[in-house]
Structure formats: C-alpha cells, structure tokens
Design a protein around this ligand. Structure first.
Ligand code: AMP
Length: 180
C-alpha cells in the first residue's frame, strides 16, 4: 500500500490520538496514542510512513526512546530492514552504559544506552511518540553522538510546537507526522 501523504498522515494521527487533561500532573495535556495503536489500519499506516522516512534517510539503525518510542521504532526498523537500538531509563540495561541527564516537561530524567550499541559512523534515525520541550530527544541525540553515531533523522508522531522543542534540535532533519 502507498505511503500516505504528509497532510493525510497528520489527519490520521489527529483522529486516532486523544488528549487526557492533567496527566501525569495538573496543567499537562497528555497525548494518548493508545487508540491509534489499537487500530490495526491506522497503526500500519503510521509504521509505513516511519519506515519510509527511515529508508529515505539512509539510516542503518533506528533508535527508540523508552517507552512509547519503542512501540514505533521497532516495527519501523523491521519494515525498513534495519536494526533497532533502545535508549532506556537508568538501570535497565545490563551492560556498560553511557548516560545523559535532561529536564522534562514534568520533572527530571536520564537516558542510557549500551556503550557498544553502535559502531562509530553508523547512520541512525531516532524515534519517539511526542516532541514536547525537546529535552528527551536532545539528550538522546547527544548520547548517540557521544557513541559516534551520525544522526540522519529524528521522527515523532506528535510535535507540541508551542513548547518549542524544535529549537533544541536545530539543524536536525525532523519528521513530525502531526504538528500542533
Ligand atoms: P520532552 O523532553 O519535553 O520533549 O518530552 C518528551 C517525552 O516525554 C516523550 O518521551 C514523551 O513520551 C513524553 N511527553 C512529554 N510531554 C508529553 C505529552 N504532553 N503527552 C504525551 N507524552 C509526553
């Protein structure tokens, strides 16, 4: 099946995601992607789009950010015919790790990856569900670059443009299926 054009994939994401007010803390409007994941046709369309973006970027690996990034990155990697690498929350990976700390829209956090997860020079595409303040994605990109990765793209289901996350990712090639 043909990959949907950008405007149509944005409409599809908007139609299948819902807002949950005041989650996980008061004042935050949480973008819940579970209705989209539960719809086989919509989910497949989204993965088609992400896999196509991956193939066009020339990425040799897709990197997913825990946890919802995994749900998108792993099938997109498989469909694009490349491997998948997880960026995990602290203390989850069994081997020697690199760590990057960052500020969230709500709170503080850190990401870890296995220090030997990628060979220097490997072209990588990073994926997550939501681009909010950009702290998570910027930390992921920093981590990948410290490990010697070459970031050829970053993809998000939903960009919350009013939070300005894009400014932390200046110069990166961003794919956002829905920008609001
Ligand atoms: P940020 O670092 O502020 O860009 O936050 C991005 C990360 O936090 C992503 O991994 C998202 O899953 C999650 N996140 C932040 N804000 C939201 C939101 N409003 N709705 C859903 N997830 C969010």
């Amino acid at each position: 099946m043909a990959v949907l054009p950008a405007a149509q994939i944005g409409d599809l994401v908007a139609a299948h995601c819902r807002d949950i007010a005041d989650f996980p803390t008061p004042g935050v409007v949480f973008k819940d992607i579970t209705p989209l994941l539960a719809d086989a046709t919509a989910f497949a369309r989204v993965i088609d789009y992400l896999a196509d973006a991956t193939a066009r970027s020339g990425a040799e690996l897709v990197v997913g950010i825990e946890a919802r990034g995994f749900i998108l990155a792993a099938p997109a990697a498989l469909q694009a015919g490349v491997g998948f690498v997880p960026l995990r929350k602290p203390g989850k990976l069994p081997g020697v790790t690199l760590r990057e700390s960052y500020a969230l829209e709500y709170g503080e956090a850190a990401l870890e990856m296995h220090e030997d997860a990628i060979r220097p020079g490997t072209r990588v595409m990073i994926m997550d569900d939501v681009l909010a303040t950009g702290g998570t994605a910027a930390a992921g990109a920093d981590l990948l670059e410290r490990a010697g990765g070459q970031i050829v793209g970053m993809a998000f289901l939903i960009e919350l443009g009013f939070l300005g996350g894009r400014t932390k990712l200046a110069g990166r090639d961003l794919t956002c299926l829905l920008s609001i």
